[in-house]
Design a protein around this ligand. Structure first.
Ligand SMILES: NC(=O)c1ccc[n+]([C@@H]2O[C@H](COP(=O)([O-])OP(=O)(O)OC[C@H]3O[C@@H](n4cnc5c(N)ncnc54)[C@H](O)[C@@H]3O)[C@@H](O)[C@H]2O)c1
Ligand SMILES: O=P(O)(O)OC[C@H](O)CO
Length: 307
């Protein structure tokens, strides 16, 4: 059956999600700030509203939608970030603004260029409302885009969000040519750090071993297509952050996420050695090699995700 889907944000990811839904035979309206139609027109008869704006656009878009009468639409959020002013995740912002509507988080190892090229990929839709998650699963699932459901939306969202910080570290690791062993150690301990943070904030450990956690971590820490990886790589090659961001195709959410994360983790006493070094690197408080040395010279400890 044809479903009416409005996709907000016509960047790399919004365009790709619109393309996937259209290919499944749904009626899709893609909206961006440059569109000639208003948000009200695009959303008038939508059954599903997909938000694929970057983190900085979430709150402004939510505010515009508040004034519209949207009925029982299901919101799907595909943004991977943390709000700098409130430290909320995108789904928390959507749910707080629309408490009567179901919110579904979509995240996974989904480098848009590969999906646009027709290569196979898989993703996760997480929600507290499993009926809504299953509906969104059927809307996007296809022979080239396999969609799983998950009942831990916060874990799904944090996996996609926190791996961006690790992808910056992985890009720096490759830029410094530290080798495969170092990269494997970084990604493995990066996952332990993500689980530690996620558990502290109420997400389930298992979720981080799934597609939106380990899966997305592997994709972005190993692919030069990842904008976050490109940021780390460029920094290790001696480029300035401003120069890297000016030449980047799209958004590297890890840059803002690391700042919000470090602020929260310091407040809450969460041990985040890798993310803290990424944040210092982004602020030019440390060189890439000094960041590596700081991580390697810490006190020894047992192998666990606990501090
Ligand atoms: N590109 C990918 O491969 C990919 C995959 C999965 C998830 N994501 C996530 O999706 C989000 C978007 O990524 P992208 O690659 O499409 O980024 P992008 O930079 O290509 O596009 C961002 C979009 O957000 C819109 N936007 C920003 N501020 C806005 C505002 N105030 N009002 C309305 N629209 C606004 C921009 O106009 C643009 O259309 C990010 O959180 C990213 O982490 C990206
Ligand atoms: O290009 P990045 O680093 O934003 O990564 C894109 C997606 O998050 C990959 O799943």
């Amino acid at each position: 059956m044809e479903t009416k889907i409005a996709v907000i944000g016509a960047g790399a990811w919004g365009s790709t999600l619109a393309f996937l839904a259209k290919a499944n035979g749904h009626q899709v309206h893609l909206w961006s700030r440059q569109s000639s139609s208003t948000l009200a027109d695009v959303l008038a008869d939508a059954d599903i509203v997909v938000s694929a704006v970057s983190m900085k656009g979430v709150r402004p878009v939510v505010e515009q939608l508040r004034s519209l009468s949207l009925g029982k639409v299901i919101f799907v959020t595909a943004t991977k970030g943390l709000d700098p002013s409130t430290t909320c995740t995108p789904s928390q912002i959507w749910q707080a603004a629309f408490p009567a509507n179901s919110v579904v988080v979509l995240a996974g190892p989904n480098l848009s260029k590969e999906i646009q090229a027709g290569l196979p990929a898989a993703t996760v839709v997480g929600s507290n409302d499993m009926a809504a998650a299953k509906l969104v699963q059927t809307l996007f699932n296809s022979s080239r885009f396999r969609v799983y459901t998950n009942d831990d939306p916060l874990g799904v969202e944090l996996g996609g969000t926190l791996k961006n910080v690790m992808a910056i570290a992985a890009g720096a690791c490759d830029g410094l040519q530290l080798g495969t062993n170092a990269k494997a150690a970084l990604v493995t301990r990066g996952l332990a750090e993500i689980i530690r943070i996620g558990n502290h904030w109420g997400a389930k450990t298992d979720t981080f071993y799934g597609l939106s956690g380990l899966g997305d971590l592997l994709a972005t820490c190993n692919s030069p297509l990842s904008r976050n990886y490109q940021v780390g790589y460029g920094l290790a090659k001696g480029k300035k952050l401003t120069e890297i961001l000016a030449n980047l195709e799209g958004t590297a959410e890890g840059v803002n996420t690391s700042q919000v994360l470090v602020h929260l983790a310091n407040q809450q006493g969460i041990y985040i050695p890798i993310s803290a070094q990424v944040d210092r690197l982004l602020k030019e408080e440390v060189t890439p090699q000094a960041a590596v040395d700081s991580l390697m010279l810490r006190d020894v400890k047992p192998e666990t995700h606990l501090p």
